[in-house]
Design a binder for this molecule. Sequence first.
Ligand code: C2E
Ligand code: MG
Ligand code: MG
Length: 563
Amino acid sequence: MVCNDVFASYVKLLSENENSFSLMNRILELFWDIYHIARVEIDFSLSDATITPNGKDTKQVFSVKEQIAKEQPDVVRRFTTIEQGVVTFSLYGAYGNAEWNEQQHKELDVILEVLFMHSGRFRLMNIVKQSVMTDAMTSLPNSHGYLSFLKEVHHNQQLADYDSYYFNLKRFGLMNKKFGKREADSIISRYASALREFIEDGECVARLGGDNFAALIKKERSKEFIALLSGVNTYGMLGDEKIPVVISATAGVCAIDDSVTHYEQVLSEASVAMNVAKNVTKEPLVYVTKELNERILNEKKVIAGFSEALERKEFKVYYQPKVETDGYSLVGAEALVRWQQDGRIVSPAEFVPVIERDGLICRLDFYVLEQVCQDIKGWMEEGVEPVRVSVNFSRRHLSNPNFAENIMDTMKRYGVDSRHIEVELTETTDEEEQGLLAAFVHKMQQYQVPVAIDDFGTGYSSLNLLRSVPVEVLKIDKSFVDGRSTTENDSVVLSNIIRMAKQLNMDVITEGVERWEQVEFLHDMECNVVQGFLFDKPLPKDIFDKRVRAKKYDITEVVDYEG
Ligand code: C2E
Ligand code: MG
Ligand code: MG
C-alpha cells in the first residue's frame, strides 16, 4: 500500500476542503514521488434531465509542470454520479516511467474512488444549495437566492449603484381563468425568460412566489427595465392555438442610496411601495419616498390604535341631513363617522381608506349602525318621529354570508323598524362582487330595508349594475354638481341618469349640493332629494336633534355655501 503518511495527508487535504477538483494540482504533487502521474483528465457527462451545476459534458485537465504526458491514458476509471451522469478519470503517467504494477493500479483505484466520493459530496451540497436558492418553475432565484444576492452586493458596498424593484403581475388571475393553472404557469415561465434575457451580469431578478417578483437593476438601466415591466409580449396555448398575451406589472421602486443600513430594507420598502401602487394609487409604478414612508407609518398608527379607540368610544356619529327639493323638509340623513382624537376631530378621509384595506372597517360600520339604532330608539322613546338614516357599509362586508342578517339582528336589538334604516354601498365593476351585491340587495329587499348605490358616476359607472341589481336609491356623486357652474355635458349626463333611474323605479338623491342654483337645476330635473353643505354639513347628534324635531328648513336662513 502507498505510504500511510502520504495517504493520511491526502485524506487530510480533502477533509479540509470542499471542492476536491480545485485541489487537483496539490493532489498530483502529493503523489508525484510515488506514481509520477503527469496528467489527469476529468470528463463529466450529464444528461439533459439532470441538474448540472458543473455544466454538461465538461472536461477539466490538470497536468504537472514540465512533464510530458503519454498519448494514451494508463488508467481510465468511470463512475456513475448522483445525478445519473458519468464521470471519467483518465490518468497519464510521465514518459520514461515504468508501467504501474498491479498493486499500484489497485492503489490508484482507491485514490480515485476516494476522490470521486469526495467530489460527489461537494456537488450534492451544491445541488441542494442551488435548489434551495432557485425557484423550480422558472429557474430564477427564489427569495433565499435573492436575499443572498442582496447580501453579497451590500457586503461589497455596491447597493447604492442599484434600484430595487418589487413587482406583481397585473390581473394574472384572468390568465389562470382563461388558460388554466398549468398553462398560466408556462406563461409565467416564458415571462421569466424574458426577464432573464434582460438581466446583465451583476444584476438579479427573482421570483418570490406566485406572481410576485423582485429585481436589483443598475441605476442606468432602470428606465429600460421600467419599459419592460410595462409590457412583455408572450403567448399562451389554448388547445393548439397560440394566443398572444401581454404581461405587465405593478411595481414598487426603491432608488437605493447610501442611507440604507440593512439589505433586506430595499426589498421590504419596494414591496410596500408596490402595495401602495396596487391598492391605493392604482398606478403602475410607485417610488419609495420620505412622504410615502411617513404615510405608511401613519397608517400603522391608525391600525394599531383602532381597537382601543373603538373601546374608548372615540368614534362619533355625525348626521348630514337629506332635504326635499319641493318643500325643503328633512326626509332623511346620512350617518358619517368622525374620530375624536385628543380633542381633534379626524375626518374619515384620513382613516376610513386605511382601515378599509385592513378589514377593520367591518367592525366600525357595525359600531356606527349600532349608534344610529340607539339614537333612533332614543327619538322614538321621546315621541319624536325619526327620519330614515343611511349607514355606509364597506363592500368588504359582501363576502360575509351573514351580512344582511347581522344588520337585521342589530336593528332588532334596538327595536328599530326597517323604514328607519338605509344601507349605502359604493358601486363595483368586479363581476364576482356584483353577484354578491345582487344577492345582498335581494335579501335586504325581503327585509324591506332599502339599499343605495353611493357615489354613482365616479370611477367606472356600470349601468349594467342597475339592470341586474334592484337597488332602491341612486346617490349621484357630488362631482356632477361640483364647481362654479355645471357644464353642459354634466347636465346632459345627469338628466339622463335621473330619468333612467326614475324609469327603473329608483329614488335619486344628489350629494354635495352647496348652492341654490344647483337645487333649482336638480329640481327641474326631477331629482327630489339633495344633501349638501347648502343645508347642513354633517352635524353632531345634539345639533341634528334640533333638525329632527323641526323637520323643515326655514329657507330664508339658508344661504349658498362659500367653501
Ligand atoms: P360619502 O359616503 O360619499 O359621504 C359624503 C361625503 O361628502 C362626506 O364626507 C360629506 O361630509 C361630504 N359632503 C357632503 N356634502 C358636501 C358638500 O356640499 N360639499 C363637500 N365638499 N362635501 C360634502 P366625509 O364625512 O368626510 O366622509 C367621506 C367618506 O368617508 C364617505 O363618503 C364615506 O365613503 C366614508 N365614510 C364615512 N363614514 C363612514 C362609515 O361609517 N363607514 C364607511 N364604510 N365609510 C364611511
Ligand atoms: Mg355615503
Ligand atoms: Mg357619496
